[in-house]
Design a binder for this molecule. Structure first.
Ligand code: NAP
Ligand code: F7E
Length: 337
């Protein structure tokens, strides 16, 4: 089996690639051209992947990739995925995160219509929620240009499934995190700061809305659900979530508490980090995925936070050790010269 992943250099792309390689897939990853390579998250599997240059903004490059590879499965994870940036760059977000989905679907329609397609939809589409918990039938009310672009991507996927009989599904995934989460997202921003504060490299952490609540799961669990959706007889959309919501404050309390610190002493509120329109409380109902796919989350909230703090501590301790070694090397050289 051949799978093609857009967004392979991102958090989810790296976990999904690992998962598919372990299942015996030949994995192709779409990367966009850059003057420097940013492949840190896939460095450990780099020799088991085939990377192809293409861009969600460029129809020709997508068509060419699909024509040559003829993948059995396509996972469209590529996007501008950071919500605050979507206010600063709304048009670019619409192009990457919204219209990019149509480009990919058009490439499939013309160059490999038999391929099964997964679209990375998001709980951000529920925004100002119409009901709690949210399921596949809950109406959307996005609260950011990112959320609006994802609603477009979701509906165009459904539309191409119904118009052209493509095997196209949309996974409505609630927030999922890991040690590979980008540093600007709140969970990783917190665990990274906890490690720096614990090691004496920082003394405060600036945050915005501590009362926002999210249904947070572990990314490694969520990529399995993507694959499961493409193994079904019929293409359908599924909500993926843990069914438990926590506030940003609770996340911080556990992360700081894990290293014996009190978050109240270090967290400072910064009104610059508040959003023009907030999503206050998301809580997913994934009962359809649990009964039809047999999916369920394995890693719990506290366990995931501890895993993230430990990884950040290790990263900084290693960096610190390297610095100390470099320092003592320089000192030795200075003394001996
Ligand atoms: P991420 O870490 O931000 O990764 C995004 C990926 O998209 C990166 O590999 C990036 O490549 C790529 N990309 C950006 N613009 C592109 C373009 N024009 N052409 C091709 N690739 C492009 O995101 P993630 O957390 O793994 O999320 C994966 C997908 O799931 C995204 O679509 C996101 O919106 C969606 N989602 C995420 C969550 C979550 O909680 N993580 C929840 C629901 C949905 P570069 O490395 O070159 O920047
Ligand atoms: O914010 C609050 C912030 O940026 C979570 C993306 O993967 O999940 C993600 O979107 C909450 C918000 O994620 C800070 O106001 C407080 O209420 O970690 P986040 P997100 O916006 O929920 C969805 C499902 C996606 O699809 C997206 O791609 O935390 N918050 N203080 C803060 N957030 C950030 N980033 N930084 C702060 O300092």
């Amino acid at each position: 089996m051949k799978a093609l992943i857009t967004g392979i250099t991102g958090q989810d792309g790296s976990y999904l690639a690992e998962f598919l390689i372990a299942k015996g897939y030949r994995v192709y990853g779409v990367v966009r051209r850059s003057s420097t390579e940013k492949y840190d998250r896939i460095a450990h599997i780099r020799d088991r992947l085939v990377l192809v240059q293409a861009d969600l903004l460029d129809q020709v490059s997508l068509s060419q990739a699909l024509k040559e590879i003829q993948p059995d499965e396509i996972y469209n994870l590529g996007a501008q995925s950071f919500v605050p940036t979507s206010w600063a760059q709304p048009v670019l977000t619409a192009e990457f995160t919204g219209t990019g989905v149509t480009r990919m679907l058009e490439a499939i329609r013309s160059d490999c219509p038999q391929a099964r397609f997964y679209q990375a939809s998001s709980s951000e589409m529920f925004g100002m929620v119409r009901e709690t918990p949210q399921n596949e039938k809950t109406p959307f009310y996005p609260r950011s240009p990112y959320g609006v672009a994802k609603v477009y991507g979701h509906h165009i996927t459904v539309n191409y499934r119904e118009s052209y009989r493509l095997f196209a599904v949309s996974g409505i995934l609630f927030n999922h995190e890991s040690p590979r989460r980008g540093l600007e997202f709140v969970t990783r921003k917190i665990t990274d700061a906890v490690a720096r504060i614990k090691l004496g490299l920082a003394d405060e952490l600036k945050l915005g809305n501590l009362d926002a609540k999210r249904d947070w799961g572990f990314a490694g669990d969520y990529v399995k659900a993507m694959w499961m959706m493409l193994q079904q007889d019929k293409p359908q959309d599924y909500v993926i979530s843990t069914g438990i919501a926590h506030s940003v404050r609770e996340f911080a309390e556990i992360a700081f508490g894990f290293v014996g610190l009190d978050y109240k002493k270090y967290v400072k509120l910064d009104s610059e980090l508040l959003r023009p329109a907030e999503v206050d409380h998301l809580l997913g109902d994934s009962s359809k995925a649990r009964s039809e796919l047999g999916w369920r989350p394995e890693v719990g909230f506290r366990e995931m936070i501890e895993m993230m703090v430990e990884a950040d501590l290790q990263r900084y301790s290693y960096g610190k050790l390297m610095d100390e070694n470099r320092y003592s090397e320089t000192k030795t050289k200075a003394l001996s010269s």
